[in-house]
Design a protein around this ligand. Structure first.
Ligand code: ADP
Length: 266
């Protein structure tokens, strides 16, 4: 049944890559990169070949989340052409706009500069065979989104939102962007992040800090699947900061939550 959700691939712009999934959010700081990182390691554990293109020009955090901040892509020769070899860790191939800057250096990417760097990471890279390329988009809707949607055969999008009204309003704009005629990328579903908090001392309690089921209701409203929810968990934040995505840890509620979401996508 889940395979019926998988839309047709629209183009063949990158040979060897079967599915390109854009991960979007209306607002920054809602956990889009955290979710991208954990979906990627979950897909990899399921046996898929996975890559991440970190296109978040405002705060490329994928290198930190995979502990490859100091790495830089090497150049390799493919059929007489020099190509960028993605950095790899935990079975996930990574190219990030962050690899084009020095650590701690503030870089203000102008639109054309960012588009050029992204184009290189897409078309001048040796991704090899991939079942899934996840694209971590900048928050909101802008020129970068349009240029990626126009240059890549994006299979589908997932939207990460907290249950908060301001985040939901912006997430809805994201949905409208994917569904507009000139872009026409199917929305595979909505993921609710920071859905609730459960203190260790009160394991039966759920506190709905950012509101309750907002993203679930948004999914209903826009007639898109609800892929699942991730609670607010300190260890999820910590694992991101130390560069070991939480979903890699076996037999934990977080691993299960990400597995459930991933099964709804593939
Ligand atoms: P975005 O990509 O949307 O800007 P990030 O993934 O960078 O957001 O997350 C913002 C911050 O919130 C990070 O420090 C991250 O570790 C933390 N975070 C994200 N999701 C959760 C969660 N469910 N529980 C706890 N911390 C989270």
């Amino acid at each position: 049944e889940s395979t019926s959700k998988k839309p047709e691939i629209k183009g063949k712009a990158i040979p060897g890559i079967s599915n390109i999934i854009a991960v979007a959010s209306g607002k920054g700081g809602v956990g889009k990169s955290t979710v991208t990182a954990n979906l990627a390691v979950t897909l990899s554990k399921m046996g898929f070949k996975v890559g991440i293109l970190d296109a978040d020009i405002y705060g490329p955090s994928i290198p930190m989340m995979f502990d490859v901040e100091a790495s830089r892509p090497l150049s390799v020769n493919v059929d007489g052409k020099s190509k960028m070899k993605p950095v790899e860790n935990y079975g996930v191939k990574i190219l990030s706009i962050g690899f084009f800057t020095q650590p701690n250096q503030a870089v203000i990417w102008r639109g054309p500069m960012a588009s050029k760097a992204l184009n290189q990471m897409i078309f001048d890279a040796a991704w090899g065979e991939l079942d899934f390329l996840l694209v971590d988009l900048p928050p909101g809707t802008g020129d970068i989104h349009l240029s990626i949607m126009q240059s890549l055969p994006v299979t589908g999008s997932v939207i990460v939102s907290t249950p908060q009204n301001v985040a939901l309003a912006d997430a809805k704009k994201g949905v409208a962007m994917f569904r507009q005629e000139s872009i026409n990328v199917p929305v595979l579903g909505i993921i609710e992040n920071m859905a609730y908090f459960t203190p260790e001392e009160l394991p039966e309690n759920k506190y709905y800090i950012f509101g309750r089921e907002g993203a679930k209701n948004l999914a209903k409203d826009i007639e898109a699947p609800f892929l699942g929810e991730i609670p607010l968990v300190q260890s999820l934040r910590e694992s991101g900061d130390i560069g070991r995505p939480a979903a890699m840890q076996e037999s934990t509620p977080l691993e299960e939550a990400f597995e459930e979401i991933t099964r709804g996508m593939v």
